[in-house]
Each structure stands twice: as C-alpha cells, then as structure tokens.
Design a protein around this ligand. Structure first.
Ligand SMILES: Cc1ncc(COP(=O)(O)O)c(C=O)c1O
Length: 409
C-alpha cells in the first residue's frame, strides 16, 4: 500500500516527508491560523515526477502542465529537476521562463492563441506550438513570416475517443473544441507546402483530465502514432509524439497505490506501442504530479442546524477551490485534530459565497464540529488556487510550500 503524503497520526492530520517523518499540519500554520491556507508538500511532487520518469524508463520527457498549479516556488523547484513545461497562454509562458524553464523545454497548447501570444512564443523560440486548427496554423505562419523565423509546430489531433471523465474535462471526443479532426489532413498539408515559415515537428493529443481508466488514452496514443507516421510518409521530418496528460487521482482515498500502478502500466503500454519507432516521446501531466501534494486548510465559522440539514459554514469555498461546485468533485475533508468521540453528525460543509452551488462537501459524516475548528480539504494541489475567482472579494488564501518538513516559502 502506497500512502498519500498526508495521514492521520495520533488523531492529528500530518504531512509525511520524503524521508518518512510526520509533521502536524497545524504546526505549519505560522503564527497560528490567519485565513484559508494552501499547503503544498514538494516531497510528494518530487516522488511522483521520479516515479513517472522510471515508469517510462527515462524515455519520456515530462512537460509539467503549468496550469494545474503555478505557485512560483513549486515551479522553480520543478524546473530544477530538469523537467519541461506545457502551457496555454503568454502569461504562463512568462511564469515558466521566470521560474527557470528553458525555452527548448516548453510546449504551448490551447485553442485560442492570440497573435500577440504567438509572437511572444516565437520570439522566445520555444520547442513547439501545439496547433489546434487550420486557422491557427495560418495565423502562426503569418506571424512567423512577419518575424522572419520558422515556427516549430505540432498538430494536436482530436483522436475521437471517449474517455470516462466529467464532461467539462473531456477533450478528446469528436464534439469537443480541442484538437484537429483527421479530415483536416489535406488542408494542413496544403498550408505546410505553401510556407517557408513552418516546420512540422510532431503530433500531439490530450484527451481529458482525471482519467481513472486509461484505455481511451492508449487508443489515443495508437491513433496519434498512426498520424505521426502518416506525416512522415509524406516526407515531413516529424520527431515528437506528445501524449498529453490526464492521469487521474483517487480523491476518495488516502491510499495512492492505484495511481502509482496506473503510472507504471501506462508507461509500459506506451513504450510497447512506440517500440521500433524513431521518435521523441513527450507527456504533459499535471494533476497526477501535484494533485496530492496540496491541502486547503479552512476554519469553521458557524454551525447552523435547521430541521432539514446541518450546515458547517467555513471561510473558504468555491472562490478558492472551484472543483466541487464546477465538477461535483468529492474532496475528502478531515479535521486537523480528530476528537476521541465516535459519534457522527451529517454536515453540508459550505463556504461564504452568495451561491447555493458553494458546497464543498454534501452530507459528510463528521465528529461534532464547533466554531474555530480547522478542517483540511484534501488533494487540493491541482486546479485549486489557480482557478480562484475574486467573486465576493474575500481575502486571497495564503500558500505555503514545504520541503523535507520545513517551510520554504
Ligand atoms: C493540453 C493539456 N495538456 C495537459 C493537461 C494536464 O492534464 P492533467 O492535469 O489531467 O494531467 C491539460 C489539462 O487539462 C491540457 O489541457
């Protein structure tokens, strides 16, 4: 059994360091609790990147999906591990370069790149722009010709697979806006043939996020490889096959065995598929790398008991962690200090935002809760603070990065 890097020890929620020591989460709140606080355990990020490298036998260059968590200290530390980055805007490009990622290790995805963003990416000379439509390819060609440079592009395929995940994070089905239909081939071929400013370097696909069954991902890799070979057969010197991200985590448990195994199986399957093909393998994982490293600590403000429900109103909510409201995600919620009592009360754990969607956990059995109790929303390292909104103008959460059990920022 492979435990998460947080666990309950002697009734206290603890962070587990890379060397196996336990540090109470409450002790990481410097000066006591002030306001909602994200805590990120970098040891966990490091272990997962290492595991992923090993699963692919060192034959896959990892491009961390920066959108999943862009905390500057985490980014800097990830860059120091020699990992690349996948990004989706000029703002993310600047963050990546400031954090120490090298241009040669940057891939740029996203369906809506503006001219200014394309210009910035070309001027930075990044490794590849992942192109999502013929119209975008024409725009890249125009900007590259104005700059008199050659743009390195990879074509993002929509492999028309049907991954099992929430509809809002499914990207590889034919009805999604992402990637390119295989019927675009001739048009893309024409644009490439007519241009001196485009270099086709690869093929990419990313079919969705929070995938707990990777059969559609495997199918997408097979289809991407066929497309890759088709371009090669037309005389294009494609070299990169970028398999995207998507591996999910088990939000219902602190046992991470299944996800570690999933990384291993995926690595072995992909290596089998590409065996004998001359290519550079890239991947763009986000959630599987940082999802488990983070918890969001919040304070109980009020307990409101009605004839119908018990509400536990906390000081964080959908403005600071949107996943429960947006995707009906079920994050575990644990008290920082568990009481000895075995009696349980059902609570809706809700935030302060003026929306009935602002529910972090529905009907959760809990020890009796009181004003001032501290609760941790687990597995909030990915798509947490990055999706924060300013709606209702609450103070922004604090963020703490921990390495080897010590606060580093
Ligand atoms: C193009 C692209 N690559 C990679 C990712 C990372 O996905 P995940 O966090 O599920 O690994 C995303 C996010 O959905 C994405 O849009």
């Amino acid at each position: 059994m492979k435990l998460s890097s947080y666990s309950v020890e002697n009734n206290e929620l603890c962070l587990r360091t890379g060397s196996g020591d336990f540090v109470p989460v409450s002790g990481l709140l410097e000066g006591g609790y002030q306001r909602p606080t994200y805590i990120y355990n970098f040891d966990d990020v490091k272990a997962r990147l290492e595991h992923m490298k090993q699963a692919f036998k060192g034959k896959c260059h990892i491009h961390y999906a920066l959108k999943s968590n862009d905390h500057p200290v985490l980014l800097k530390k990830i860059a120091e591990l020699g990992v690349g980055v996948d990004l989706v805007s000029a703002g993310e490009l600047r963050k990546a370069l400031e954090s120490g990622f090298k241009a040669k290790d940057i891939v740029f995805s996203g369906v809506g790149k503006t001219k200014a963003e394309i210009k910035e990416a070309l001027q930075a000379d990044i490794a590849q722009l992942n192109v999502e439509s013929p119209a975008e390819l024409k725009r890249i060609e125009q900007v590259a010709s104005e700059l008199s440079v050659k743009a390195k592009v990879a074509f993002r395929l929509n492999p028309e697979v049907n991954p099992v995940t929430h509809p809002y994070i499914c990207t590889g089905f034919r009805e999604n806006k992402f990637g390119m239909d295989s019927s675009f081939f001739d048009e893309l071929h024409g644009i490439l043939n007519d241009s001196k400013h485009l270099e086709l370097v690869g093929v990419t696909a990313h079919i969705g996020s929070q995938l707990r069954d990777l059969s559609a991902s495997i199918e997408a890799v097979e289809k991407s490889l066929q497309t890759f070979e088709k371009w090669r057969s037309k005389g294009f010197a494609v070299k990169t096959l970028d398999i995207g991200g998507g591996i999910g985590i088990d939000y219902s448990s602190l046992d991470t065995t299944s996800e570690y195994e999933m990384i291993e199986e995926y690595g072995a399957e992909v290596l089998k598929i590409i065996e004998g093909h001359d290519l550079e393998l890239l991947s763009e994982p986000g959630r599987i790398i940082v999802g488990r490293c983070g918890v969001l600590v919040s304070e109980v403000q009020y307990i409101k008991e009605t004839p119908h429900k018990n509400f536990c109103i906390v000081d964080t909510g959908m403005h600071q962690l949107m996943r429960p409201s947006l995707y009906q995600a079920n994050h575990q919620i644990l008290p920082l200090k568990a009481s000895e009592t075995s009696s349980k009360v059902l609570y809706d754990i809700v935030g302060p935002i003026c929306e009935s969607a602002d529910v972090i956990g529905h009907e959760r059995p809990f020890q009796p809760l009181f004003e001032g109790d501290l609760l941790a929303i687990m597995d909030a390292g990915a798509y947490g603070r990055v999706m924060m909104s300013d709606y209702n103008s609450h103070a922004k959460p604090l963020e703490i990065v921990v390495e080897n059990g010590k606060i580093v920022s």
